[in-house]
Design a protein around this ligand. Structure first.
Ligand code: MN
Length: 502
């Protein structure tokens, strides 16, 4: 599995205070901070360990801590909390330095007011209510990207919000050294999958390279029969292979698919790529479109985009990391065909072949069929229908002057088998309904490809857009076409002006 190692990373917790209240107060602040951080870590809710980095009482201490956070590769985000009043001018230089994602935690040590015992000493020590506002002011004044989480630190709901942000920090950190390789260019003439790769690297972190398909072809020659047999045995164990009889023409195609998979995986490993794209029209020396290989590599964590769609491939990798270990899974998908059925009008999601088996409802079936595009031999593929339930579809498009993230809440409903179209598929109704959901997506300029997840929610993508500093358009139960268009017009002005002011 190409997983981001949550255990090898940490979130720093920095408590703000000042020295006005004497040495005893500092000791209390430290003890409370330690107890809170321990409580957060022991909650079992957080995927990444929180590490208490001490209390900061001056501008020099804040700046030193933020610089250290930047330079510590293990640190993927910084949480701040003001135990006492912490005059916020002391945060200016440190926040100017900070390059890691920031979460401001508005909480306090005690859950309830100790009505009978509270005195002025208590009040001097426990000042989060106004200390956190002073801090919030400077963050806002500096236009610094920040997630604000409000809630008591022992409340599971609060912890879950921190967990969401931590997962986004992981996805963000993972993207900062992501290499994506394009086996071929974008499909000719297609607009939406194209874009500015330089801007993408500056803005979103990942690096996009070209790779000649001849590399896969060369690696194929090194694949041994023993490696192929081992992999075909894995297929037999993991999938329903009843349609593939040993020694049949279909079996031979599965063997060739296994050879492609081994070669492709080796290429990805040797280049260190975390995401890749293919193109059905760029398969010289390859027997068949790598369907099965792409499906399996996606389930291992590789970001994938078809027809050279590198933006969706990178997003799919980030989506995988953010949802790592969560139960229902994610996949690259394409809006395939529409089903008009009144209130249940829905969009069939599929692709020629490349849908991740992570979203399968039942054991996928391994099949081989002719593909009427690309002029290659019949490819092996996993055939299944998806689980049901809520999820989010996401895409990033290049608007010329900025990247736009579009996120649509969708409900996957029971799909029907497609005996004459043996591909993997999902069937979803976009929120708030088919008409408004699909309409808004089109108005927003969204792709026909998307990165889909059952486990993520709109909140994950809000946190991601905040960290990346990119535009986000949400389509959910509250969307109307009118308000959506207004958002787009307002954003147009906002991004134009904010760029001019930089
Ligand atoms: Mn496509």
């Amino acid at each position: 599995m190409l997983n981001f190692d949550f255990n090898a990373h940490e979130i720093w917790f920095v408590t703000g205070a000042q020295l006005l209240y004497g040495g005893d107060a500092v000791k209390h602040v430290d003890a409370h901070s330690n107890e809170m951080v321990k409580g957060l870590n022991d909650s079992g809710k957080l995927p990444v360990k929180v590490v208490y980095k001490g209390t900061v009482n001056s501008s020099a201490e804040v700046t030193a801590t933020m610089k250290a956070a930047n330079n510590e590769a293990k640190c993927i985000g910084v949480m701040t909390w003001m135990h006492t009043f912490s005059p916020a001018k002391m945060w200016i230089h440190g926040l100017q330095q900070l390059k890691k994602p920031l979460l401001h935690f508005h909480t306090q040590f005690n859950k309830e007011i100790p009505w009978d015992t509270m005195d002025m000493d208590f009040m001097n020590l426990n000042q989060s209510a106004h200390g956190d506002r002073e801090f919030g002011h400077i963050v806002s004044r500096m236009r610094k990207a920040c997630k604000v989480v409000v809630g008591h630190w022992q409340d599971p709901k609060t912890q879950e919000k921190i967990a969401v942000w931590q997962r986004v920090c992981a996805g963000w950190a993972d993207a900062q050294d992501m290499l994506l390789i394009r086996l071929g260019d974008q499909m000719n003439n297609v607009a939406v999958t194209d874009g500015d790769k330089v801007e993408a690297e500056m803005c979103l972190g990942y690096h996009v390279d070209f790779c000649n398909i001849a590399k896969v072809r060369d690696y194929q020659n090194d694949v041994t029969d023993a490696q192929i047999k081992e992999l075909v045995d894995v297929y037999k164990k993991e999938y329903d292979c009843s349609a593939i009889k040993d020694g049949s023409a279909e079996y031979e195609q599965v063997v060739k698919a296994a050879r492609i998979e081994i070669a492709l995986r080796r290429l990805l490993k040797e280049t260190g790529a975390k995401a890749f794209t293919t193109h059905f029209d760029n398969l010289d020396g390859i027997d068949q479109l790598p369907g099965l290989a792409c499906q399996r590599l996606m389930a291992e964590g590789y970001g994938f985009g078809a027809e050279g769609d590198w933006k969706t491939a990178a997003l799919a990798r980030t989506m995988y990391v953010m949802g790592q270990g969560l139960p229902k899974g994610c996949s690259f998908l394409e809006d395939y065909t529409l089903n008009f059925d009144g209130a249940n009008s829905a969009i069939l999601q599929a692709h020629m072949l490349e849908v991740s088996p992570m979203i399968a409802e039942h054991k996928p079936k391994l099949e081989v069929h002719k593909l009427g595009i690309g002029g290659k031999n019949p490819p092996a593929r996993l055939v299944f229908t998806s689980k049901q339930g809520e999820g989010v579809a996401s895409t990033v498009v290049d608007m010329g002057n900025r990247f736009r993230l579009i996120v649509n809440k969708v409900d996957c409903i029971k799909s029907k088998p497609l005996p004459k179209l043996p591909v993997a598929s999902a069937l979803w109704i976009p929120r708030p309904n088919f008409e408004v959901g699909a309409g808004a997506w089109i108005i927003g300029g969204g792709t026909h490809h998307s990165a889909f997840s059952y486990d993520l929610t709109v909140e994950y993508w809000q946190d991601y857009a905040e960290i990346a500093g990119i535009e986000m358009l949400t389509i959910d139960e509250n969307t109307t076409i009118d308000s959506f268009k207004k958002d787009i017009r307002i954003n147009e002005v906002y991004y134009m002006l904010s760029k001019a002011l930089q």
